[in-house]
Ligand binder design. Structure first.
Ligand SMILES: *Cc1c(COP(=O)(O)O)cnc(C)c1O
Length: 406
């Protein structure tokens, strides 16, 4: 991987027309260690957030030794990066052949489910492979209610009464019982976890079985940008959120058994930024060489305002507009599809123009993992950058930090 001090330096040296991912391994290690230090249990990185080999390698070196996986490709990616790591197969609805592969080839002994037919599927394979059920922990995924940027309980999770039955069934067969939930992604209200813990407590007391582990899922928020016209939205820091979660955990007496968390976004969001070129400026619209079918779909569906740094092309000698005026630009993606327009603007100096570059910050989560080859555009160039995106002075057009707030 080519290495540069800053993304600005890289943009000016490479003058890239294609998108360039700027990876900062030190930021990734720092954020992974920070989460591990704050969470009072096992940290299982959710591979779907960003499963690139360079990410998994860096995480393994940073001491992450447990991964939340959902498919054969993810089993293989983890095995390649961290051969000794533990894998938790936390997808509640799995193909029969994938369950067999997980148990037989990868030695996975932790799975989740939210329905009795999934118990039957797993049991059939456990019997066929002559595995003792007592060596396997089955987590019952419970449905939760909350306000995440992405609500997942519409799709997965057993209602409380159903979860009680599932636990009793699993226990009768001789599997170890766990409880898990995943409250969604980018959770900004700590009460969301508390409600899930309250529900888990109710289920545990009704089921009357031994719960050997509680998995609180992912959803921990990353800091992004914001609309500088509005007041900065109050968002708890990870320290505050974790402090609240810890006190809720002990209040509901879930501190007696081991805990697991499956963070994705909060660990990987800040370690990657993306340099894109402005293909054309049309009034207050910018057409850029990336979009919702490549790196930017998460910001589109999650309505996330991404921080953007202006990198002017020094070759452009004339500019119109006021360089000190930060204004919103509607951002249109590279494909011919008319829905390829971001749901939130980029805040940039009025002088930005065709041929300039923009460094889009904090897009390590759900970017590379969601790229498609639609219309022939597939960003795949990665460089290493030393300086964190938000280090030093707030640069021009950096719609993120407090300096832009009022
Ligand atoms: C996607 C997912 C995660 C990671 O979620 P983040 O919001 O990125 O932390 C964790 N657990 C499960 C089950 C998931 O589906």
């Amino acid at each position: 991987m080519d290495r540069y001090k800053t993304a600005v330096e890289a943009a000016l040296a490479l003058r890239p027309d294609e998108p360039v991912y700027c990876f900062r391994p030190k930021v990734l290690s720092r954020d992974a260690k920070n989460f591990q230090d704050l969470f009072p249990g096992k940290t299982a990185y959710a591979v779907k957030t960003n499963g690139e080999p360079f990410v998994l390698d860096t995480l393994a070196k940073a001491g992450i030794d447990c991964f939340d996986v959902a498919s054969p490709a993810e089993f293989a990616a983890v095995k390649a990066a961290a051969p000794q790591a533990e894998m938790l197969y936390m997808h509640p609805i799995k193909a029969q052949s994938d369950i067999r592969l997980a148990l037989e080839t990868y030695g996975i002994r932790t799975l989740s489910l939210d329905h009795e037919d999934e118990v039957a599927k797993i049991l059939r394979i456990v019997r066929a492979l002559d595995i003792d059920p007592a060596t396997i922990t089955l987590f019952v995924r419970i449905a939760t209610k909350g306000h995440a940027a992405y609500e997942l309980s519409k799709k997965f999770g057993a209602a409380p009464g159903h979860a009680v039955e599932l636990l009793q069934r699993i226990d009768r067969i001789g599997f170890k019982c766990g409880l898990c939930f995943h409250v969604g992604s980018q959770i900004e209200e700590p009460e969301t976890y508390e409600r899930a813990l309250a529900s888990a407590d109710w289920i545990r007391s009704r089921a009357g079985v031994d719960i050997v582990e509680l998995d609180v899922g992912g959803g921990f928020p990353a800091v992004y940008g914001h609309d500088p016209r509005r007041k900065v939205r109050e968002m708890p820091s990870l320290e505050d959120l974790m402090g609240q979660l810890k006190s809720d955990i002990s209040e509901w007496e879930f501190d007696k058994q081991p805990l697991v968390a499956e963070p994705g976004r909060v660990i990987v969001a800040h370690c990657i930024s993306l340099i894109v070129r402005v293909l054309l400026k049309k009034g207050r619209r910018l057409y850029i060489i990336d979009g919702i079918w490549a790196s930017l779909s998460d910001s589109w569906t999650g309505k996330i305002t991404l921080p953007a740094r202006f990198i002017p092309d020094p070759a452009r000698k004339t500019r119109s507009g006021d360089a000190d005026k930060i204004v919103p630009f509607k951002v249109c993606g590279a494909t011919c599809d008319s829905v390829d327009i971001l749901s939130r603007p980029f805040w940039l100096p009025e002088t930005v123009d065709t041929g300039d570059w923009i460094e889009i910050g904090h897009i390590g989560a759900y970017s590379l993992s969601l790229r498609t080859r639609f219309n022939g555009f597939y960003p795949d160039k990665v460089i290493e950058v030393d300086t964190p995106f938000d280090a030093g002075e707030a640069p021009e057009g950096f719609a993120s930090i407090e300096t832009m707030a009022d």
